[in-house]
Write a protein that binds this ligand. Structure first.
Ligand SMILES: *[C@@H]1O[C@H](CO)[C@@H](O)[C@H](O)[C@H]1NC(C)=O
Ligand SMILES: *[C@@H]1O[C@H](CO)[C@@H](O)[C@H](O)[C@H]1NC(C)=O
Ligand SMILES: *[C@@H]1O[C@H](CO)[C@@H](O)[C@H](O)[C@H]1NC(C)=O
Length: 344
């Protein structure tokens, strides 16, 4: 509910709505004060939550991605408490385009990303998680430098070995012998079935999930970013053949696998219709959704996973990170604008 809605309500109804919003905010604040009174950071974390927020949590995973933010100069650190160090990560407090943001570099792979989102949500007053980074492409129609805003992400490295090749399952299967070279056949790795993962969230029984859907409202807001100017040139002398673009609604795969294999790339594309692979997105979305907090993913294509393209010898990591960051920043600006409109 925003304040415009409040204007329409009269008298006691409006009073009730105010009390409701007050209780909701109190709940949000209390929910984020999980540190025991004895914890040395208790006071600092309280101050961060009292002085600002609710914050957008901005998460990237490794230094090239953080550099995109640092070189942009768009992050303005808080003058009172510029950061809080916790569990080996630095939670940087500040603003981007006037919106309160806490950014953190999580480290690579799912566990690092997931745990960092959990810490953000447990310690701070967070309104949502914005995640950006690079990705490998498994879809030939994507171009280097494009930024994918997936609608679905899945964890694709939970496998169960099938006891016999004839066993029936419900999920896609990978038959290793089908990739024997030079001729297909059988081999001792036999066949695995992809598995769903257990998903826990407050107020619901455990569910097994494969595809996680991105929050519709945030996805719609991201849909307004088609014209964000993306970088085409690596340096003064080398530019991509076409200007990269923002692509919406594709599927992303996450696994603790650095996918550098063309055959597996094609398998993922054909079986699951995924367009990008990375090692964190699914974890970021899963933990956010567990807590009922919106989350959006922006992944810039840095390479064709498993090679084969003509550009694979050129490092596009930094260009891909910058492009993903540029879209993420515009998203933050839109979220900030929405909030200002509501408060007017
Ligand atoms: C592959 O990428 C293209 C270009 O963005 C897109 O139109 C197409 O739907 C993608 N394929 C799948 C299976 O998602
Ligand atoms: C790679 O370059 C070769 C020679 O320039 C060209 O024939 C081929 O179509 C290119 N392949 C791709 C995927 O762009
Ligand atoms: C520009 O980038 C290309 C591709 O990475 C590289 O080969 C070239 O040396 C770079 N040029 C300069 C001036 O840095």
């Amino acid at each position: 509910m925003d304040l415009d809605d409040l204007q329409i309500l009269e008298g006691s109804k409006r009073e009730k709505a105010r009390i409701f919003i007050f209780l909701l905010l109190t709940f949000l604040v209390e929910q984020s004060m999980q540190l025991s009174l004895k914890h040395p950071l208790h006071g600092v974390v309280d101050r961060v939550n009292e002085n600002g927020g609710p914050y957008l949590g901005l998460l990237m995973t490794f230094p090239d991605e953080e550099d995109a933010l640092l070189y942009s100069g768009l992050f303005v650190p808080n003058s009172d408490i510029p950061w809080v160090d916790f569990s080996g990560r630095r939670f940087n407090i500040g603003t981007v385009h006037g919106t309160d943001v806490i950014y953190v570099m999580s480290g690579e792979q799912r566990l690092n990303a997931g745990i960092t989102v959990q810490i953000l949500l447990d310690l701070f007053k967070i309104q949502g998680i914005v995640h950006y980074g690079i990705a490998g492409s498994v879809n030939d129609s994507l171009s280097f430098g494009d930024v994918s805003v997936p609608k679905y992400v899945a964890y694709t490295s939970s496998w169960k070995w099938m006891e016999s090749m004839s066993e029936k399952g419900h999920m896609p299967k990978l038959t290793f012998g089908a990739y024997n070279f030079p001729v297909k056949g059988k081999n001792l790795l036999a066949m695995v079935e992809f598995e769903k993962e257990q998903f826990f969230s407050a107020g619901h029984p455990m569910k097994e999930v494969f595809w996680l859907e991105i929050d519709q409202t945030w996805f719609d807001i991201a849909g307004m970013l088609q014209d964000v100017k993306l970088q085409r040139c690596v340096n003064e002398t080398y530019c991509l053949p076409n200007t990269p673009k923002v692509v919406y609604g594709l599927r992303g795969s996450t696994a603790d696998i650095y996918l550098n294999n063309a055959a597996y790339r094609e398998f993922l594309f054909e079986e699951f219709g995924v367009s990008t692979v990375d090692e964190e997105s699914d974890a970021v979305v899963k933990i956010s959704r567990s807590a009922g907090v919106p989350c959006i993913v922006f992944r810039g294509v840095s390479d064709l996973a498993g090679g084969g393209g003509n550009l694979s010898s050129i490092s596009l990591v930094s260009l891909a990170a910058i492009n993903a960051f540029n879209v993420a920043v515009e998203f933050i600006r839109l979220i900030g604008k929405e909030k200002t409109l509501k408060l007017k």
